[in-house]
Ligand binder design. Structure first.
Ligand code: GLA
Ligand code: GLA
Length: 682
């Protein structure tokens, strides 16, 4: 049989050709006696599970000493799963080194910025740049690939696990060496490094690359460009590990797709996933709901960004939770309907796989209070029944599998470098939160019932009518030009406070802020005016700003002042400006308006850009809409954001996989409807 040389999705067993969602979990059979394994497979079948991720934390079992291997238990588990029709996303098992390795080679242990060793006892205690760790990890990867290359259950390779979850920043001697190599490759000469880092400041001029260190504990603010480069380097070091394991796998099993689970979620920011996405055969993500008023908005934001990192193609939700987690200060259980809604929200944004951490809730260990598909209570539980219902529902939705995301007309531009740079120390305020600002804009889109894509910098903006670029802090010359072209071609751009301020070396653009975007926006700011935590400013449209304000001078006659400050020392001066340019426009928002204020502003911006909600009036704000498309069929996912039923009678189309007892014209509280619509515009 000939196989696609570059598989983009799971390699299902050959006798399985119908499209189906992958459904399952991390599976840790080594935590349980053999009898339980058989019960597991029976229950997996009952729940509709067809895939598990295996051996993620099994290194100590597979390789009990440097020179001995024990694959018997894993062979047995793989065979058992296969006989039950369950495919395996097989880990390389390198995520957490066993005690013998860290005992024999303590030089693999990470060192924090204070010079303290990160000891074994938890997991993932390894330096991304350790040559010794790399050698052992690749030896294990090779052994795994050779052992299971022809196993019929093997559907994909799972490199390590959540690379960077606990070890993204390492300040060890290995890290120092690798950082210097990285800097040599980036700058070529120490002179170029001195220029980029601005080392004439505070007598930091280097005479040789050997003098350079990671930004370890210092007497005062470490050099900002050194810090930014260390973030770039640390992400690259983990990416390098990913590539090293992947290359072993591709050499031995060229026809098996390789993935690794990203953590596009909350404030996890160390890994530049936009830069990693091209390294895997398909994108996978882990997501956990973070408590708070924007909990589900954040889920949607993350899923949306993941879908765009995957280039609009289907992606794999590798982990989320059936109910509570164990690592938040208070771990809240999900309410009725939330398990399915959370899962389907990921599907709505392009996931073709829905997996949980984990299959069976551990009886021992640090995660024993983390929910699972089979809870401590056993299968006679509401969680397991919900899990089985979801499995059946995914089966009924199988025709959606393979469909791509249908782009929106509006986008939020997300930029890792601006995230990293804007939140560094020694800034006008330490209170700025890049991702929160982006999420607030996203919540405003949801509140107005308008779809928006969360796209990373570098993705094409051509198809968008409106692009919001919150806190686009790092604007190299090229990006400034690209945004100008976008506006000149008729696009509508909106940006905010602290945007356009620095170049790629974190050097301020001179002549007035917003630096690289000053001409495009037609405004000039001589000095920032950040606000104290208790301060706020009222705008003349009644909205309220916090965190930041700017003393703006309008420099271009084409600029309209959309709102002025009503109070404070900037009273009467512009707070929100918009410059019309050809058919397009460039707007600037100088303060943090929050979801409520942004919803007011966004309404105006959307009207001016000619972008409207696709939802019936009654559903706007209460329902999130996403669209997946296959040929001329659109699948509208309608997700109830509220605890009340929503009337959908104005929405034409055929409803798929309705839950028992649901009426077709109503969306149940916390419910999800999938509607098939045909035609050129859906
Ligand atoms: C001190 C130092 C200066 C400068 C200022 C900044 O006074 O002597 O070099 O760092 O603080 O406030
Ligand atoms: C991460 C890890 C899992 C597990 C979950 C718990 O996602 O990959 O091994 O620890 O967190 O939420």
């Amino acid at each position: 049989m000939t196989r696609d040389p570059s598989p983009r999705w799971l390699r299902w067993p050959t006798d399985e050709s119908r499209p189906r969602f992958a459904y399952g979990a991390d599976y840790n059979p080594e935590q349980w006696p053999r009898e339980v394994w058989r019960e597991d497979v029976r229950l997996m079948r009952e729940a509709g599970v067809n895939i598990v991720s295996l051996a993620i934390f099994s290194w100590a079992r597979i390789q009990p000493t440097a020179d001995s291997w024990d694959f018997d238990w894993l062979d047995e588990s793989m065979d058992l799963l296969h006989s039950g029709g369950i495919a395996v996303d097989l880990a390389t098992a390198t995520a957490s080194p066993p005690p013998w390795l860290s005992t024999e080679h303590p030089e693999i242990l990470p060192v924090n910025e204070l010079g303290q060793t990160v000891w074994p006892g938890a997991r993932q205690h390894w330096r991304p740049t350790s040559p010794v760790f790399r050698e052992h990890a690749l030896r294990l990867t090779t052994a795994m690939a050779e052992r299971y290359r022809d196993h019929p259950a093997l559907a994909a390779w799972h490199v390590s696990n959540e690379l960077g979850c606990h070890n993204v920043y390492d300040y060890s001697e290995d890290a120092a060496r690798a950082f210097r190599d990285w800097l040599r490759a980036r700058y070529g000469t120490v002179e170029a490094l001195n220029t980029a880092w601005g080392t004439d400041f505070w007598a930091q001029r280097y005479g040789d690359f050997e003098q350079v260190l990671p930004p370890r504990l210092a007497a005062s603010h470490p050099n900002p460009t050194q810090q930014l480069d260390f973030k770039r380097f640390s992400s690259d070091a983990l990416k390098d590990h990913l590539r090293a394991e992947r290359d072993v796998l591709r050499r031995i099993t060229p026809d098996v797709p390789v993935t690794t689970n990203f953590m596009v979620m909350g404030e996890t920011k160390g890994m530049h996933y936009a830069d990693w996405a091209a390294e895997v055969d398909f994108v996978s993500n882990d997501h956990y709901v973070l408590p708070g008023p924007q909990a589900r908005d954040e889920l949607s934001f993350s899923a949306n960004l993941t879908g765009n990192l995957a280039g609009g193609r289907p992606w794999f939700l590798m982990e989320h939770s059936t109910s509570a987690v164990n690592w938040q200060p208070v771990n809240v259980a999900k309410r009725e309907g939330e398990l399915a809604r959370d899962s389907l929200l990921h599907v709505a944004h392009g996931a073709d796989a829905v997996c949980f951490f984990q299959w069976r809730q551990s009886a021992a260990g640090a995660e024993k209070y983390h929910s699972a598909m089979v809870p401590h209570a056993g299968p006679d539980s509401e969680v397991f029944r919900s899990v089985a219902r979801l499995g059946a529902r995914l089966d009924e939705l199988a025709e959606v599998v393979g469909s791509e995301r249908r782009p929106a007309r509006a986008a939020i531009l997300f930029d890792w470098e601006s995230w990293w740079a804007s939140e560094q120390d020694s800034h006008p305020t330490e209170l700025l939160r890049y991702r929160q600002e982006a999420l607030d804009w996203y919540s405003a889109f949801l509140a107005l019932g308008v779809r928006a894509d969360v796209v990373h910098k570098g993705a094409s903006l051509d198809s968008y009518d409106l692009v919001v670029a919150p806190i686009l802090h790092v604007v190299p010359q090229d990006l400034g030009k690209e945004l100008t072209r976008f506006v000149e071609r008729g696009g509508h751009l909106v940006t905010t406070y602290f945007s356009g301020v620095v170049d790629e070396n974190d050097h301020a653009w001179l002549g007035g802020y917003p630096g690289a975007l000053r001409d495009l926006l037609g405004i000039r700011i001589e000095e920032f005016a950040p606000l104290l935590p208790a301060e706020s400013v009222t705008l003349d449209d009644g909205t309220v700003g916090t965190l930041w304000s700017d003393r703006i001078t309008v420099t271009d006659p084409g600029v309209d002042v959309w709102a002025t400050y009503r109070d404070g020392h900037l009273a009467g001066r512009p707070a929100i400006t918009r410059r019309a340019l050809g058919g397009g426009s460039a707007a600037y928002v100088s303060t943090r308006l929050g979801v409520e204020g942004l919803s007011v502003l966004l309404g105006r911006l959307l009207t001016a850009a000619g972008v409207a909600s696709e939802l019936p009036e009654a559903a706007r704000g209460r329902v999130e809409l996403t669209v997946r498309r296959a040929g001329d069929v659109d699948y509208w996912f309608l997700i109830n954001r509220t605890d009340e039923a929503v009337d959908l009678s104005e929405l034409a189309g055929e409803r798929l996989a309705q839950e028992a007892g649901e009426r077709p014209e109503t969306l149940a509280p916390r419910g999800v409807a999938v509607v098939r619509r045909t035609g050129p515009t859906g």
